[in-house]
Design a protein around this ligand. Structure first.
Ligand code: NAD
Length: 365
C-alpha cells in the first residue's frame, strides 16, 4: 500500500480479523470477578501474579469464594521457562479449570503459558497498561532467549479492567507504562495491515493516553484520570493484537532481549525518535497523531511528555552501554519488521544516538 494513504480510515482495500473476548470495565468492578468465573462455569480457579502484587491479587481472588483453587504469586518478567513449568504443574496438581492473571504484563504472560499448556481459559485483571491482556501473543524465555508466538488459547476470554487497581502505580511507572501503550497505537497508524477499524481505535487510544497521563500526573489519586489512561491502554492493547508492529517495536525487542533493558521505560524512551524517523514517510498516520495529540509536531510532543511525566530520559540511564549501539544497529537492520520507510543503518544509528543521550528527536526528511 502507498505509505501516504496509510492510516486514518482512508484505506480502500484491507483485511480485518475480529477476535472474541469480553471486557468488563469500571472502578470497583474487580468485585465482579467471581460472577465472571461463574458465568464461565469455572469451579477451580488458579490465580497467578507477581510477588509485588500478591496482596492485591489475594484481595481480588477472594471474590472467587470457594471457586478459588490457589494463589500462585511467582510470576517473573519475560516468563522464564522454569517459572512457567512450575505454574503449569501447579495448575495441573490443583485440577484448575480456569486461570486468572492479576497484575502487569509479567503476570498475564505467565497466565498465558498456563492457558496454552493446559487448555484452560484465562481471565485477566490488569494492573498496568502493558496491553498483553488484549493479545493472543505469548512469550517465554529459555536460556536467556525470549521466544514469542500467536495462539488463540492465550487470549483472555474475559478482562476485568478496574482503574482503582492502578492507583498504586507510582507516577513514573504510570508514565512509562502509558507511553508503552502509546507506542502500540502509534505504530498501528502506519502498519502494513492498517484498516479503518484499527486506525479509529489507534487514534482513540492515543487521545485517551495523551490527555489522561498529564491528569494522572496532576492528581495521581484521581480514579477518573486513571480510567481515561486505562481505557487508552485497553484500546492500545487491542491495536497490538490487530496490527503488525514496525521499527519501534523491533528496536525495543532488541534492546530488551540483547541488553536486558526494562520493557516499558525503553518503549517510553525510544518512541519520539522512531516517530521522527517514520512519520515523514507516513503522512496519514502523522495527521491522525497530530489531531489526537493536539500538536503540529508529534515527535517533539512525545519527547516533551517523557520529560513532563518523569519517565526515563535516555537509553544510557536505562543501562545501554555506549558500545551496544552498533550491535543494536546490526540486529535491527539484519531482519527488520515491516516499516513505512526503509530501515537503514544510518537511520537507526541516528535514532539510537538521540535516544542514547536523551537529546531532542532529530528531524528526518
Ligand atoms: P510488569 O508486569 O513486570 O510490572 C512492572 C512492575 O510494576 C512489577 O514490579 C510489578 O509488580 C509492578 N506493578 C504492577 N502493577 C502495579 C500497580 N498497579 N501498582 C504498583 N506496582 C505495580 O511489567 P509490564 O510493563 O506490565 O509488562 C511487561 C511484560 O509484559 C514484558 O515481559 C513484556 O514482554 C510483556 N508484554 C507482553 C505483551 C503480549 O502481547 N504478549 C504485550 C505487552 C507486554
Amino acid at each position: 500500500m502507498d505509505a501516504a494513504r496509510r492510516g486514518w480510515g482512508v484505506e480502500h482495500r484491507f483485511e480485518y480479523q475480529g477476535r472474541p473476548g469480553r471486557v468488563v470495565f469500571g472502578a470497583g468492578r474487580r468485585a465482579e470477578l467471581g460472577a465472571e468465573a461463574e458465568r464461565l462455569g469455572l469451579r477451580r480457579v488458579l490465580v497467578v501474579t507477581t510477588p509485588g502484587r500478591a496482596d492485591l491479587a489475594a484481595e481480588t481472588a477472594a471474590t472467587l469464594g470457594d471457586r478459588l483453587a490457589g494463589l500462585h504469586p511467582h510470576a517473573v518478567m519475560h516468563v522464564p521457562s522454569d517459572v512457567a513449568a512450575h505454574a503449569v504443574a501447579t495448575a495441573r496438581e490443583l485440577g484448575a479449570d480456569g486461570c486468572v492473571a492479576v497484575g502487569g504484563g509479567s503476570a498475564v504472560g505467565l497466565g498465558k503459558i498456563v492457558a496454552r499448556d493446559t487448555g484452560i481459559p484465562l481471565l485477566a485483571v490488569p494492573t498496568t497498561y502493558s496491553g498483553s491482556e488484549a493479545t493472543p501473543i505469548w512469550g517465554m524465555t529459555t536460556d536467556g532467549v525470549k521466544r514469542t508466538g500467536h495462539d488463540p488459547r492465550v487470549l483472555p476470554v474475559t478482562v476485568v479492567y478496574d482503574p482503582e487497581l492502578t492507583l498504586s502505580m507510582p507516577v513514573r511507572l504510570t508514565a512509562e507504562s502509558g507511553l508503552n501503550a502509546l507506542a502500540h497505537a502509534a505504530e498501528t497508524l502506519y502498519a502494513p495491515d492498517v484498516s479503518p477499524v484499527t486506525s479509529l481505535v489507534a487514534a482513540g487510544a492515543a487521545r485517551s493516553l495523551v490527555t489522561g497521563l498529564p491528569k494522572v500526573l496532576a492528581d495521581p489519586a484521581s480514579v477518573d484520570a486513571r480510567a481515561e489512561v486505562m481505557q487508552g491502554a485497553w484500546l492500545a492493547g487491542w491495536c497490538l493484537a490487530s496490527a503488525t508492529m514496525s521499527l519501534h517495536h523491533k528496536l525495543c525487542h532488541t534492546l530488551g532481549g540483547t541488553f536486558d533493558l526494562p520493557h516499558a521505560p525503553t518503549h517510553a524512551n525510544v518512541l519520539a525518535h522512531v516517530l521522527a524517523f517514520n512519520l515523514p514517510a507516513a503522512p496519514a498516520a502523522d495527521a491522525a497523531l497530530r489531531e489526537a495529540l493536539g500538536t503540529d509536531d508529534v515527535p517533539a510532543r512525545v519527547h516533551a511528555l517523557v520529560a513532563e511525566l518523569g519517565a526515563a530520559r535516555s537509553l544510557a540511564d536505562l543501562g545501554l552501554p555506549a558500545d551496544g549501539v552498533e550491535r543494536v544497529v546490526e540486529l535491527a537492520t539484519a531482519d527488520p519488521y515491516a516499516n513505512p520507510r526503509p530501515v537503514t543503518p544510518e537511520g537507526v544509528r541516528a535514532i539510537l544516538a538521540a535516544a542514547f543521550t536523551g537529546a531532542s528527536p532529530v528531524p528526518h526528511s
